[in-house]
Design a protein around this ligand. Structure first.
Ligand SMILES: CC(C)(COP(=O)(O)OP(=O)(O)OC[C@H]1O[C@@H](n2cnc3c(N)ncnc32)[C@H](O)[C@@H]1OP(=O)(O)O)[C@@H](O)C(=O)NCCC(=O)NCCS
Length: 143
């Protein structure tokens, strides 16, 4: 799902290239460390079709969506054949509920400009807080 998220624009960067790039690998390496949480969506055969998860990064090694310590960064990807079927929205809602229950006040994400997912995020309560080199950082208040 990291690969799906990184290839959002239809570019087909090879899986091994994405999974060996530190800026992508850091979102999954060493899973599941304290503070990590996520959901995997399964089809009727228990095959994963999408996932959304969050983790936190220190100020000294921030992720794309870093807005402060103790603000988890969200990543989401759905397999192409399953997109536009409500999987992404369901995952976002589950994950926000989970973050709220865990006591987080905010969660953040980074989205490249031009990705339709911005409208999905807005409709789920995320707002742009910072623009950054072709990307927007969005934050959702959880309380
Ligand atoms: C972004 C993504 C996670 C959304 O998941 P999804 O399962 O496709 O989303 P949903 O089916 O829940 O759709 C959510 C809304 O977006 C709309 N939508 C879905 N695909 C769309 C598309 N290609 N263009 C425009 N709108 C679209 C849906 O109509 C829906 O709106 P509605 O509820 O008002 O009808 C998924 O499309 C994906 O993995 N994309 C590639 C990776 C990516 O961009 N990741 C995020 C990086 S920040």
């Amino acid at each position: 799902m990291v690969v799906e998220a990184a290839n959002w624009s239809g570019a087909v960067r090879p899986r091994h290239e994405i999974l060996s790039a530190p800026e992508h690998l850091r979102y999954v390496s060493g899973w599941m460390r304290p503070g990590d949480a996520g959901y995997v969506a399964l089809d009727g055969n228990d095959t994963p079709v999408g996932a959304a998860w969050y983790r936190m990064f220190p100020r000294t090694d921030p992720g794309f969506a870093y807005v402060g310590t103790a603000v988890p960064e969200l990543i989401i990807g759905v397999r192409p054949i399953w997109r536009a079927h409500g999987v992404g929205r369901a995952l976002l809602q589950r994950l926000a509920g989970s973050a709220r229950s865990a006591g987080f006040a905010r969660m953040s994400l980074s989205v490249e400009r031009g990705n339709f997912a911005v409208s999905l995020y807005r409709s789920e309560g995320f707002a742009v807080v910072r623009a950054d080199y072709g990307r927007d950082i969005m934050v959702k208040l959880l309380r």
